[in-house]
Design a binder for this molecule. Structure first.
Ligand code: GUN
Length: 296
């Protein structure tokens, strides 16, 4: 391996420490405690794990955590009524509705019913529009965490060629907008892109967010490029379950200048950025100074 390892686990710990310090300060100076409400509908096991982890880390940085667990057959009206209550609750600064929602619920309708100022996922159509036009918004957590690591490693991203593989609303599209905001030349590639390896080979920065285990191999990577692997895929290997990214780590690390591992790369940054967004939302709600280095 020749690439520098970008340690997301350690980076996330520094983000959480910054958040905790700022939370302690506004508690002391302003008597305000940021609060995050997480809504989980149904019993998807992976979602339950995420929600538990979010609640634990929220409390660890000194914020209030409010968990709302609803039955899988909860009606849309009941869910919207809960969101309305949380929108109006002055102790709640951030609201996250865990996705995916059960099929009978309209995710777009539900997400767009959240007060955009409390939309710490950055999925509300207003925040999508604000990000797309370069205005101050709530930024989706995984792309925000990826951007923080890229800025930390490169300093300025200006003029670099970035290829984002994947066009999801949660990662690919907001990631592309953030990179454009930092003056990269951005390409969004996807499953229909012609000759994907040669497109990726042009990139100084590769962000892989497709959900295909080890799809990107070392021969796709320009020597010295930075590889951000957003994928978290569970596969069977040698009779065991293994967690792998969208990039084949060993071969990519031979060629890249820097690379995020899976696990321990982008993953830990996502919840850290959720905490950062909750703090930012709280500061904006109360007209307080925003934390530095924790927003786009
Ligand atoms: N499910 C998987 N990732 C996410 C996320 O970032 N936000 C929400 N709300 N649900 C998710």
């Amino acid at each position: 391996m020749t690439a520098k390892l970008i340690d997301g686990k350690a980076f996330a710990a520094t983000v959480r420490a910054k958040v905790a310090a700022h939370v302690a300060q506004i508690k002391e100076e302003n008597g305000i405690t940021p609060g995050l409400a997480v809504v989980l509908v149904g019993e998807d096991p992976a979602s339950q794990v995420y929600v538990r982890s979010k609640g634990k880390q929220t409390v660890e940085v000194g914020m209030n955590s409010y968990e709302h667990k609803l039955e899988a057959d909860t009606s849309e009206a009941d869910l919207l009524a809960l969101i309305d209550r949380l929108n109006k609750d002055p102790d709640v600064h951030g609201i996250l509705v865990q996705l995916p929602l059960p099929k009978h619920l309209d995710s777009d309708l539900v997400i767009n019913s959240i007060n955009p100022a409390k939309d710490v996922d950055g999925f509300h159509i207003s925040n999508v529009g604000l990000l797309g036009t370069g205005q101050k918004s709530m930024v989706p957590c995984t792309p925000l965490g990826s951007l923080m690591m890229l800025r930390d490693y490169h300093g300025s991203l200006s003029g670099l060629n970035a290829v984002v593989i994947g066009r999801s609303n949660i990662v690919g599209k907001p990631m592309a907008n953030l990179l454009l905001g930092d003056s990269c030349t951005v390409t969004i590639a996807h499953s229909r892109t012609k000759d994907l390896p040669s497109v990726v080979r042009q990139a100084d920065i590769v962000v892989a967010a497709v959900g295909r285990p080890e799809m990107v191999t070392g021969d796709w990577i320009k020597p010295g490029a930075t590889v951000i692997d957003v994928g978290i895929n569970r596969i069977e290997r040698d009779g065991k379950t293994a967690l792998v990214g969208d990039c084949e780590f060993a071969s990519c690390a031979e060629v890249a200048g820097a690379i995020t591992p899976v696990p321990g790369g982008v993953g830990p940054m996502t919840i850290a950025c959720l905490l950062a967004n909750t703090l930012t939302a709280c500061c904006r709600a109360h007209g307080l100074r925003e934390p530095e280095g924790l927003t786009a």
